[in-house]
Unconditional design. Structure first.
Length: 400
């Protein structure tokens, strides 16, 4: 009980502080906005930039216009593209080494959450010589501000372009380490929907549900500020309205644009009020089984929300209104259940099951231990759980 009391006081303090901080990040949106990165770097008098991306982006020629523009301005682009789907400490260290070898002055990350997270950690390592990923893992341990950093997401889900966090996997023990520090927030986020239209339908669904889970957890967590709730509600509304459209019609530019904005809003929400046990469990499961993060979140979310019980009836009922699934005059419990049902129907529409067949009971204790270590005391979850609570959720997820 004393530990829970300490956790709540700590969470309330940080919630109030985050609510008072000014929003300083620059956001640029619209089709073709990727190339505005050239002007931004020129204005910063940057002559050497580390471009973090994927081999596919280079092979498809997606970055040709950007690279031509950089060269025309005398800006040398050093490439790092060896980012794994789940970025590792080794990736981040190699990326930081490339930054230093090129005498780079700025970071430009063009890719999904893995690419942007890798760039964040690499930047932190580059400006903290001699530091390891373990040294900066946890809360507010980066110590120095990152170099000038532009993040350009190519998926609409992680919100990494606006969040103060990154997740990195330790290759030696397969543990995912969250790194949370306001210094990780990129100085500029560029939202170019042209970069997301090539996403396959399943990735569109997984990343969209990932963004939805951000909004839901930030909204249902304790001590949320008005600006957090507003951003989360906007994200939920946009995702319910546009994710099915983008899933079925990948070239729908309007839907793609709306989902990028929703992902940004949801990322903003978790920067100010964190995620919860959905993500804590998901990180532990993903590290063990190598499943897509958004896919795990999609399976977990309704199970976790149901386990919270009456503690989330009111906020879920409010989110049901945002999603357009609430019934006028119905009780908070009824509308909360309507929202959970709507989540399950989204999953069904996208072919996402109610269970994770890969989950092995022998791993439950390890998963629960790691999830609790991540979630407590940082995340202001609706209810503070113990190991048995996590195991009960895992049992429900295993059987569907």
């Amino acid at each position: 009980m004393q530990i829970n009391g300490y956790s709540r006081v700590r969470q309330l303090f940080f919630s109030v502080v985050m609510g008072l901080l000014p929003d300083t990040q620059q956001k640029i949106s619209g089709p073709g906005s990727l190339c505005k990165a050239v002007d931004l770097l020129t204005q910063q008098d940057v002559h050497s930039v580390l471009l973090v991306t994927t081999p596919g982006m280079i092979k498809r020629g997606t970055l040709d216009e950007l690279l031509t523009g950089l060269a025309a301005q005398g800006i040398q682009a050093h490439l790092y593209s060896d980012v794994l789907p789940d970025p590792t400490d080794e990736c981040a260290a190699a990326c930081a080494q490339r930054y230093n070898e090129g005498s780079c002055q700025a970071l430009l990350a063009v890719g999904g959450g893995s690419v942007i997270d890798c760039a964040k950690i690499a930047g932190a390592l580059a400006i903290n010589p001699g530091a390891s990923v373990a040294d900066i893992s946890g809360f507010m341990r980066v110590k120095k501000r990152l170099p000038y950093f532009i993040a350009v997401p190519t998926t609409a889900g992680t919100g990494s372009e606006v969040t103060a966090g990154a997740v990195i996997t330790n290759v030696s023990n397969h543990v995912k380490h969250p790194v949370n520090d306001l210094r990780l927030v990129p100085m500029v986020a560029i939202l170019d929907p042209c970069l997301t239209v090539s996403m396959p339908a399943n990735l569109t669904a997984y990343t969209g549900i990932d963004a939805l889970s951000h909004a839901v957890e930030a909204y249902t967590n304790r001590f949320s500020q008005q600006k957090t709730r507003q951003a989360a509600c906007q994200a939920v509304q946009a995702i319910f309205a546009n994710l099915p459209r983008a899933y079925e019609h990948g070239l729908d530019m309007q839907a793609r644009t709306a989902l990028l904005e929703a992902s940004y809003d949801a990322g903003y929400a978790i920067t100010h009020n964190y995620v919860g046990y959905v993500h804590a469990i998901s990180h532990a499961v993903g590290a063990l089984y190598g499943l897509p993060h958004g896919y795990i979140n999609a399976v977990l979310m309704s199970h976790v929300l149901q386990k919270y019980g009456s503690a989330v009836y009111k906020p879920l009922a409010e989110l049901a209104c945002c999603a357009g699934v609430a019934k006028d005059g119905a009780s908070a419990q009824h509308n909360a259940m309507a929202f959970i049902d709507a989540l399950n129907k989204l999953n069904e529409r996208f072919g996402i099951p109610r269970s994770l067949a890969e989950l092995a009971q022998k791993d439950f204790d390890l998963i629960a231990t790691r999830a609790l270590a991540e979630g407590n005391p940082t995340y202001p979850v609706p209810v503070i759980w113990d190991k048995q609570d996590i195991i009960e959720v895992l049992e429900a997820v295993a059987r569907g």
